[in-house]
Design a protein around this ligand. Structure first.
Ligand code: BV8
Length: 232
């Protein structure tokens, strides 16, 4: 079957070779924190300073890292692929866009976006939020939270993602453990809609059984090879 429309899902594994920590490190902690202490609305309500610091540190880290060969290969696919393409990322870093990707959707939000809990506006944000800056929209102080989708919150772009999966001929998952929903369920939707499914990951994931093909290895190697195949 000819491939015209592609959906790509990326996770923390695609940014690992750029030096950013993955979500589930070997010790099960994430940058030294338990997930429930930093990645839920309850955690933010309970210990705002800790959560703001956790995201301020990760936002500041972005200036120290660069996109890797996998991000660059996907950006090349984005600029040269004549059919439809949507890169859905669970990552909140800005490495895909810095590599040049355009047809990109951050389903879990972005470190470089802030969300005002008073007036609701979302605004580009590069600095820290822990010191309670004024909202550029309503002017209120200390009302900005990270524009990040925490556990129990609705991911962004779900209708757009489902529409893309419904039209996809090929679904490719890169660098994700398949542990977090709804992203982990996309492969099942893709198969339901009749798309072929390919997984590129360092190790088998919780979703590997659902993929028609799994290639094991580092994204920095597997993704440029796959993009080369697609662009002939
Ligand atoms: C929602 C925030 C509903 C950003 C994140 C029970 C069953 C099923 C589901 C649930 C359940 N109980 C609760 C739920 C729902 C819950 C969920 O799925 N929980 C899990 C833990 C069971 N999901 C949610 O709450 C979601 N929301 O369901 O809302 C709703 C409905 C109506 C109205 C309102 C709400 C929200 C989920 C989003 C949570 N936010 N992050 C941030 O701070 O980063 S998720 C978090 O995990 C990260 O964003 C990360 O992106 C994501 C997934 O992790 P991965 O990206 O896969 O990273 P990980 O480290 O796990 O894996 C890395 C992989 O890469 C590994 O496989 C590794 O081998 C590989 N790798 C490493 N190096 C390389 C490599 N591969 C290639 N090359 C390399 N070099």
């Amino acid at each position: 079957m000819e491939t015209r429309n592609i959906v790509v899902l990326t996770g923390a594994g695609i940014s690992a070779e750029s030096g950013l920590a993955t979500f589930r490190g070997p010790d099960g902690l994430w940058e030294g924190h338990r997930v429930e202490d930093v990645c839920t609305p309850q955690a933010f309500a309970r210990n705002r300073a800790l959560v703001q610091r956790f995201y301020d540190e990760r936002r500041a880290r972005l200036a120290e890292v660069e996109p890797n060969a996998a991000h660059e290969a996907l950006a090349r696919l984005d600029s040269e692929w004549r059919g439809e393409l949507l890169i859905v990322t669970q990552n909140v870093d800005d490495l895909h866009e810095r590599a040049g990707a355009r047809r990109l959707l951050h389903m879990h939000g972005e470190l470089k976006s802030a969300w005002c809990i008073a007036c609701g506006i979302r605004t580009r944000w590069e600095a820290s939020l822990g010191d309670g800056p004024d909202c550029p929209g309503c002017g209120k102080a200390a009302t900005l939270r990270p524009d990040i989708v925490w556990f129990g919150e609705m991911p962004y772009g779900m209708e757009r993602i489902d529409a893309a999966l419904a039209r996809a001929d090929l679904f490719v998952s890169i660098g994700t453990s398949g542990a977090v929903y709804p992203a982990a369920g996309f492969v099942q939707s893709a198969r339901h809609y009749g798309a072929r499914t390919l997984e590129l990951n360092l190790e088998r994931s919780e979703g590997s059984a659902y993929f028609q093909e799994t290639r094991l290895g580092a994204a920095g190697t597997l993704v440029p090879d796959w993009v080369g195949e697609m662009l002939g």
